[in-house]
Design a protein around this ligand. Sequence first.
Ligand code: ATP
Ligand code: MG
Length: 882
Amino acid sequence: MTGDQVRDSFLQFFRERGHTVVPSAPLLPENDPSLLFVNAGMVPFKQVFLGKDTRPYVRAVDSQKCLRISGKHNDLEQVGRDTYHHTFFEMLGNWSFGDYYKREAITWAWELLTKVWKLPKDKLYATVHTTDDEAAELWPQVTDLPRERVLRFDAENFWEMAETGPCGPCSEIHIDIGPEACDRRHDATHVCAVNAGCARYIELWNLVFIQYNRDEHGTLSDLPAKHVDTGMGFERVASVLQGVRSNYEIDILRGIIAAVERLSGKRYRADEKHDVSMQVITDHSRAVTFLIADGVLPSNEGRGYVLRRLLRRAARHGKLLGLDKPFLWEMVGAVVQAMGRAYPEIAKQHERIADVVRAEEERFVTTLDRGLALLAGEVERARTAGSRTLPGQVAFRLYDTHGFPLDLTEDIVRGEGLEVDREGFDREMEAQRTRARGAQGFADAGGAPEAIVSSGLATRFVGDRIVEWDSEVLALLADGKETRGPVATGTAVDVVTAETPFYAESGGQVGDRGWLETDAGARVEVADTHKLAPTVIAHRGTVREGAIAVGDRVHRRIDGERRDAARLNHSATHLLHAALRHRLGEHVKQAGSLVTPDRLRFDFHHHQPVGTEALAEIEDEVNGYIRANAEVQTEELSYADAIKAGALAFFGEKYGDRVTVIRMGDFSTELCGGTHVRRTGDIGVLKIRSEGGVAAGVRRVEAASGEGALELIRQREEVLRNVSTLLRGPAEEAAGKLERLLGQQRELEKRIAELQGKLAGGASRDVLADARRVDGITVLATRVEGLDDKGLRDMADRLRDRMKSGVVVLGAAEGERALLLAAVTRDLTDRYHAGKIIAHLAPLVGGKGGGRPDFAQAGGKDPSRLDEALAAAYDFLGAGSN
Ligand code: ATP
Ligand code: MG
């Protein structure tokens, strides 16, 4: 069964039993401040359990997106290191809201697992709460699970979603997937058992009997009704059904791993260290894709910071695989490919998600190297000092200047056998908060020293049209700390001056870049200009020559070209805003914007997609305004007068008494402090790149103007040209040709599938002639050609059916891979164990593997030794060593 089929068959089973199929809720819980993310299927139904909300049904079934990376359920440390914990995963669940209870829940769970899915009954265990006699009695009564495999536990069998909320006793179903799966063999004190924490006994399904609410004081009270809340790990059950040993090998995740293999040029299962990195990247790519699809953007707090942490951790594991350039954005495509059918929200937003990931990666990639180098030095130093702790200050410096989240540093040093001094880190963090207090309004990490903020310093912006200006240095920060200087070459500085022509980032327009030069010849390269406090403008950059000190006179030069390009895009944003309001309605209000030299981005409130046609009209309208070549007038008014004059105010911006109004012809009037063109014609042309949703009720238009617009058009032409070259025909015919090709491909795929079926059918008849009698049973170990994983499985099934009783071992070479498979008919599984046969043979072809008693598979790197391995099968079985 493919993953999609497993999910469908679960939904179908409960639909047939009167359950309404409901779609997954978003990852962000609605109106629930107690939780950052949905961490279990029950979260969206919390209010129903509490009796505060109702649904039009009393039975439901779903597959819910979950994220376990914060709060009570945080699995981050295990992720990538074990085979069955993810940050993001799907939880299959069936629900009773005051309807059926324990009896039905247990009966159906057993029926689905053992009758429909045919899991081996003798490998299953149930657990119940120490006090739950009712459930303990029901198991042997309504199922054929023997009493001795019903175990009692205390804490493990009481489920709660968080410190507060609905909860109750639960009954879990675990499966024993065989001793070779244990991942704690190095631990002498470990004994494999249910709830012993190794990968051999896996918890599949939790049936929770919700009957209490826990309040803030920890007190339990009875709920108005009793409910059933079940949660089954989709990836875990799929791995059991697909007979693979790890969640990462189910079809859905294997596809994503394959993308990591492609990007890194490394093979999965070739090196344990790399496997961890590949698994982390695979896991995090999914979490990141779904988080962004549900409206989270990277930031320094709350949900946004969780996203940032995941991205940075994944980026660092990429480094371990030798991936030096941004690559995660390419993983988004693999996730969409694997899961877009079941979750269309990721398919629809594919491009936007990739853009967000890429921007964040680019931000981090440069500081990652520096941070890693610093960390390597510090680890070395701790080692030589014989210490096993990394000082809190070091972790803080990595966090503060290199953007290393604490858990990233911990993840890295854990691999070196070190721990981070968390208390020390917290102390540094607290100290910084104290320093930053009072610096409200200054959003950037690092905080502005209080002295500067409270000193009453003020910088005057000398105006939009001026690109060079002399002024005096009033204050300096070196590496974020206040100083009077001189500050030497190579240091990161913030330079505050009395006056400046540099535009400081605000209203969505990015800050200016350029150079500061002192009379004595010192030069500072300014990478960004921003506000330290509402009236204090700082030039942020690096001293490139000489030294700079408070009191120096500096001459300033802006990167004029960059400023001019930003100017075009900023004025174009105003025109776009006007055209959107005109076409879509007055409810269209700006929700945010970004203006850089290359492009513009405009977010606005509107409840549905704009549509291709309307978008083209809007683009036409803006270009009409541009061609009108209207004068752009700047006027200073009191805020009240400006609003009276019909000016549009920016979202979330605070205005002083006097405001600047930008007027363009009679089509646009806005309050704005940004830089603008003189006449609309200076913009040249506007080209819209894309339109899409960013959050509920918020749309985003991305566009470019001036030379940027031309560049965009050229890029698109280039894409089309490449496509038509590949299709060997003129661009006009490309779409038709492609459609025909895709049709042909579907046709061919169908034929191949048919042929493979025939091949396997025919072949199974022939090969049976090779069977031998070993120890009184029929054994067939043979090589078959031209079959893939699935073909091999089909063939084994067929052979098993035809033999009635016996053991089949099949081998095939697929490119550079060897495939091995063993199947044992049910009547013989007490004598022969397919998993063990495979575990014995796989090493001969350079692989590893194992599996269930009746069926097991493995892959290996050395197909040249396949025949040898198959011959060994007869010896192994004959020797009775099973
Ligand atoms: P475990 O003890 O294995 O961490 P749990 O007790 O935390 O599981 P529940 O909270 O009962 O699990 O969640 C219901 C089901 O969801 C589990 O039975 C399991 O199959 C699955 N599950 C739980 N956590 C994860 C995870 N991090 N990744 C994948 N599946 C999970
Ligand atoms: Mg858990």
